[in-house]
Every structure is written in C-alpha cells, then in structure tokens.
Design a protein around this ligand. Structure first.
Ligand SMILES: [Zn+2]
Length: 176
C-alpha cells in the first residue's frame, strides 16, 4: 500500500469521459473516496458517506511520482497557493475545519479544548480562533512544545474523561 493521503499535484492525463479538468491544472485529490453504496451516497451526499474509503488505507496513496485520482473529488489550487501548502488542505486543514464549523459550530467566545496539538490540532487551534473561539490545549507552560501555536492557552491536564468533569476537578482539587 502506497502511503500519502495529503497531496497536491498537476494533472498529466485525463481519464475517459472526465470533463471540467485539463492537463496542467493544479489540484488537490480528496483524501477519501465515497463508497457510492450507502444511504448518504445514494442521496448524493458524498461528503457524508457512511463508509468512506481513505486514501493510503483503502487504496494507494499519493506518496509516488504519479497517482490516479477520482475527478469528482479534486479541488483546484489557486495560482497564489504553493503546492506544498495546498497538500495540507486535504486533511490537516479540512478535518479541523469541519470539526470547528460543522460539528462544534464554534462561534464567538466559545471555549475550545484541543487535545493533541499535532498537524490537525495546530490547524484546529487557528481555525477555532478565526471562528471567534478561545482555544486551549492540555499542556502546561513548561511542557508546551515549540510546535504548539503561540496563541493557544495552556490548561492543566487532568485524568477526567469529559470536559465538564475536568472543569470540576480544576475548580475543586478534592473532587475526582
Ligand atoms: Zn457512502
């Protein structure tokens, strides 16, 4: 299995019947392919597919000189966006964007806790802030990594499994 589910590239050849694209177009292939069989796909809601096939897990990824991409899942890259930055949009930016905008519906003043400030989490902090939220991550100031965004607010980690029980344990040291 070829790895690589965040990619950007230039179209070198179109498959039979593909329209709307041309050789030389700069594109981002989708990081997944809808199953085309589930009830969401049958209604045309491909982005809500219940059995999404992930690139580099269900089929070969793009860590290769050439990759065959599904035409309907590609996004055109604007001329002013560098290819290496565009590649991140397929997952490390689009996933946290959906979490902030669609799932979390973050808006002005919302507290947003981010566990794991890696590739996705770093972008989630920035997107939550753009949405008006107040992002925080469970890192102390002495353990905060240099890769964590400087505008995230460190919070003390706790063993609580839910944010509400974490809040209780922070405000009441005797509470478990
Ligand atoms: Zn589906």
């Amino acid at each position: 299995m070829t790895q690589g589910h965040e990619a950007s590239g230039t179209i070198v050849e179109l498959g039979a019947g593909v329209t709307g694209w041309k050789e030389g177009d700069r594109v981002i292939p989708s990081a997944g392919r809808p199953c085309l069989k589930c009830r969401k796909c049958r209604r045309g809601a491909f982005t809500d597919c219940l059995s999404l096939n992930l690139m580099a897990f269900a089929y070969d990824g793009a860590w290769a000189e050439y990759h065959v991409a599904q035409a309907s899942g590609m996004t055109k890259i604007p001329d002013n966006v560098p290819m290496d930055q565009a590649a991140l949009l397929a997952d490390a930016v689009s996933t946290p964007y959906a979490a902030v905008v669609r799932t979390g519906k973050v808006h002005m003043g919302n507290a947003v806790a981010v566990w794991g400030v890696g590739g996705v989490g770093t972008h989630l902090v920035q997107l939550a802030k753009l949405a008006g939220g107040v992002p925080s991550s469970p890192l102390t100031s002495t353990t905060q990594s240099s890769s964590a965004p400087s505008d995230s607010v460190p919070i003390t980690p706790c063993a609580a499994t839910t944010l509400s029980s974490c809040r209780r344990s922070r405000t009441s040291p005797t509470a478990a």
